[in-house]
Design a protein around this ligand. Sequence first.
Ligand code: WQD
Length: 339
Amino acid sequence: MKILVTGGTGYIGSHTVVELQARGYEVIIVDDLSNSSIDVLDNIAKISGKKPLFEKFNLTDQEKTTAFFKLHNDITAVIHFAAFKAVGESVEFPLMYYRNNLLSLVNILQGMIDNNIRDIVFSSSCTVYGQPDLLPAREDTPVQKAASPYGNTKQICEEIITDTSISGNIRGILLRYFNPIGAHDSAFIGELPLGIPNCLMPYITQTAIGKRPFLRVWGDDYDTPDGTAIRDYIHVVDLARAHVIAVERLTGEKCKKSVEVFNLGTGNGFSVMEVIKSFERTSGVKLNYEIMERRPGDIVKVWADTDFANEELGWKAEKNLDEMTRSAWNWELALEKKK
Ligand code: WQD
């Protein structure tokens, strides 16, 4: 079976391609390389022994997207990762985010309908929950007004897929990620943030390797045990494996509704300080950090209720926090060696 992975040279996309190939799927990637490198294709091949098919174009280009689907009329299902995803940047450039993230999905769905491709797995985010009143966050936890245009595009994309499934022959699985961190054990693929990282884990490893003078800890006056904010960090390989299971649920006719939602987390919340301590334990590096003011827009704490994903998908995150921070460090060390 041939699976289209949009954004497949990106962080979660590349790890998902590796897991799909391990399960014997043929993969074709569409990516505009706006936030990833073409080298990822060779690095995927170093792990799987097979270089995925690849086409470079931006999915907001309707003509190119239509032509792509016409040419590759043997695609069985789509996993859609391609999107801009920096919260801060989305506040600065909202129209860039709405155009890119919404139009690409519309073009993909149109291409699927025109070519009788029914199944799509969509990369969503726990940001749709905002700061839940009740924790852990369940799939029926109320979706709150998005705190950023990025988060809003995720909510709107979920609605676009839902509405399209009602009108046409589209079935979707929406995967709401918590906080993906870490890298493949081979250290051939990992998170490649261009410029200054927004996210915690790459900022920690870049500080430890000497690229950044110190980590800024955004606030230690939250209502949490150590005062720093809590998130549900999940290993990117565990996350990737859930995507293969989701595709097989769709193509295997196991879905119970035309659109299903699953939270992908570990069910454990860890604070910023606990992540730092784990990193120091697994890397042996003392991290240089300073406590700063809170970052605007940050929520205090969130972690996933994993029961539904465990029971319905038969999937459970297996890797612990130390495995996540150790793999992130090995990846940073591998990047350093490549210089
Ligand atoms: C985690 C914690 C920060 C950096 C965002 C998006 C989400 C997803 C993951 C795309 C927070 C603290 C961070 C730093 C810090 N992205 N932190 N110093 O904000 O939970 O989620 O990224 O899909 O959609 O919203 O992740 O890694 O930015 O922050 O103290 O230099 O680490 O304040 O408490 P976040 P994050």
